[in-house]
Design a protein around this ligand. Structure first.
Ligand SMILES: O=C(O)[C@H](O)COP(=O)(O)O
Length: 228
């Protein structure tokens, strides 16, 4: 049965500092490293072992994948990295503290920016501290200046359909190591969650989620590996 494993990166330095991160590249904290290793050990214990891997262009997801694979003695697996699995772009909020932003703009506005389906945060101005246009990893890529969940879905889903689903259908056990909102985009699609209900879905760090697919490549129920 084709199996998909989704894992959100372990705690990042800016998760710890409670800052909007988006496409900005930050490392894992010690806790994040421990979460990533624990995810790998859980996969080994439950014998849910990936055979091929996808991740984003962002260090926190790549490191989480590598740390988990190391626990499984599977650092040798093929890994495909693609910007379309990146976190949603947090626009002009990038780098700001979430609590300070609430104090300035109000809880409701910040909730809309963080969790509404289609309201993007204010755009990032070019040339600022967090402008990534000179970053070589994004050469030739039209970097967004902000993204709602809807816009994130518009780049995650075509990549899922064209590059990941066929690999899964060929019988591989696929792991995707990605981000809170790029994974919300995927889970919304796979679990058929409405635009309204997706606002309430949170994806914890370092907790593998499993989907098993039937012969027609329809996903079954979403389950946390720790509960299986
Ligand atoms: O980019 C970020 O700040 C986090 O990865 C996700 O943040 P959120 O829970 O505020 O959407």
């Amino acid at each position: 049965m084709p199996t998909l494993i989704l894992v959100r990166h372990g705690q990042s330095q800016w998760n710890l500092e409670n800052r909007f991160t988006g496409w900005w590249d930050v490392g894992l904290t010690d806790k994040g490293v421990a979460e990533a290793k624990a995810a790998g050990r859980l996969m080994a214990e439950k014998n849910v072992l990936p055979t091929t891997c996808f991740t984003s262009f962002q260090t926190r997801a790549i490191k989480t994948l590598n740390l988990a694979l190391e626990e499984m003695n599977r650092l040798w697996l093929p890994v495909t990295k693609d910007w379309r699995l990146n976190e949603r772009h947090y626009g002009g909020l990038t780098g700001l503290n979430k609590q300070e932003t609430r104090a300035k703009h109000g809880d409701e506005q910040v909730h809309i920016w963080r969790r509404s389906f289609d309201v993007p945060p204010p755009p990032m101005e070019s040339g600022g501290e967090y402008d990534l246009s000179a970053d070589p990893r994004y050469a030739g890529i039209d970097i967004p200046n902000t993204e709602s969940l809807k816009l994130t879905i518009e780049r995650v889903l075509p990549y899922w359909e064209s590059d990941i689903l066929p690999v899964l259908a060929s019988g591989e056990t696929v792991i995707i190591s990605a981000h809170g909102n790029s994974l919300r985009a995927l889970v919304k699609h796979l679990s058929g969650i409405s635009d309204d209900d997706i606002t309430g879905l949170e994806i914890p760090t370092g907790a593998p989620i499993i989907y098993e697919f039937d012969d027609t490549m329809q996903p079954g129920e979403r389950r946390y590996l720790k509960d299986m």
